[in-house]
Design a protein around this ligand. Sequence first.
Ligand SMILES: Cc1cc2nc3c(=O)[nH]c(=O)nc-3n(C[C@H](O)[C@H](O)[C@H](O)COP(=O)(O)O)c2cc1C
Length: 362
Amino acid sequence: MIGAFRDLGRRGLFMFDPETAHGMSIAALRSGLVPACRITNDARLRRTVAGLDFANPLGMAAGYDKNAEVPEALLKLGFGFTEIGTVTPKPQSGNPRPRIFRLVDDEGVINRLGFNNEGHDAAFRRLQPIRGKGIIGVNIGANKDSTDRIADYVAGIRRFYSVACYFTANISSPNTPGLRDLQARESLSALLSAVLAARNEEAAKAGKKIPVFLKIAPDLTEEGMDDIAAEVLEHALDGLIVSNTTLARDGLRDQVQAKETGGLSGKPLFEKSTTVLAKMRRRVGAALPIIGVGGVSSAETALEKIKAGADLVQLYSCMVYEGPGLPGRIVSGLSKLLDRERVGSIRELRDSRLDHWADRNV
Ligand SMILES: Cc1cc2nc3c(=O)[nH]c(=O)nc-3n(C[C@H](O)[C@H](O)[C@H](O)COP(=O)(O)O)c2cc1C
C-alpha cells in the first residue's frame, strides 16, 4: 500500500521538470501535508560526533533545503540532522534553466544549479526562531561574482554563528567556476586559516565552539587527497564531508541526459564517493569525524558508508526516486541490520570494511 502511494507520488512529481517538482516537494513539506515518520528511538543508532548528539546517523544533505525553508519538516521525516544551503552572502539566481536532470534508468541526477539561493539574511531570518530544535548545519559558499571568496566563507561563519549547530565550508561544487581550485593546497591552507580564525573569535565571544566541516569533491587524485588530509590535520579542522557530486560519467545507462554539464549524484556516485571516503579515512586517522554522502539509497548502502569509515551519512538524490518515506525506512532498516550484525552500537561497525574500499582505484 505504502509502495503504491510512493509510486503514485513519484509518477505525479515526475510529470514535472525536476526543478518544479523540487519546489512542489518543498511546498508540500512546508504545508505539513507530508506525514511525519514514527521515529525509531534505537539507542544503538545514537552517535556523538564533533560534540553533537545525533539520535541517528542519517542526515539530509545540502542542496535540497538551500534557503532553510523546511529544516523542521525534514527532521520529522526521520533524519537525525539536516544541512541547509549552500548559502552565499548575497542572493544569486544561479545558472539558466533547465539545470537539473533526472537519469531515471540510473537513479541519478545531474545538476548545474550554480548556488541559486536567497542569500545569508533570508536563511538567517528563518533559522533564528527554530534555534535549538534539532541538529541543523549551515553549508556556506561564495558568490559567483565575489572578488574575495575566502571573505564570503568568513562572512558565513560570522552571520550564522548564533544559529548553526555545525558549519560546512563547501569548496567542491563543480558549478561555480574556479571554486574547486580552493581544494589546492595553498588556497586550502589560506581558506582554513581564515575560516577557523573567524570561528575561534566567534567562539570566544559566544562561549561555545561550533564545529566546522569541509566538503570535498570525489574527483581527486591520490596526491590531491594527500594534500587535503595534510591541511585538514594541520589546521585542526573538525571534520570532512565526502563527497559532493562528480564530473565523471562512467557506467551510465542513460546516454542522453548524461551529456548535460554539471555534477552527477545518486546511485552512480555511490562507489566513487565511498572509495574516496575510505581513502580519506585512511589518511586522516581514526579520530577525525567524517560524514559520508553519495548514492545512499537504502539501509545497506548507509551502513556500507559507515563500514568504509563514515561516522554519519547524508543523502539527497535517492529521495527523488524513493520519496519522503526513505529516511524513515533507512533508519528502521539500520536497526534491523544491527540485530543481524549483533552489535551494541553502530559505532562498532565503523571502518570494518575500510581496506576493501580504500584499496580500490578511484
Ligand atoms: C539538485 C542538487 C543540488 C545540490 N546543491 C548542493 C549545494 O548547494 N551545496 C552542497 O554542498 N551540495 C549540494 N549538492 C550535493 C549533495 O549535497 C550531495 O553531496 C551529492 O548530491 C551526493 O549525494 P546524493 O548522491 O545522496 O545526492 C546538491 C545535489 C543536488 C542533486
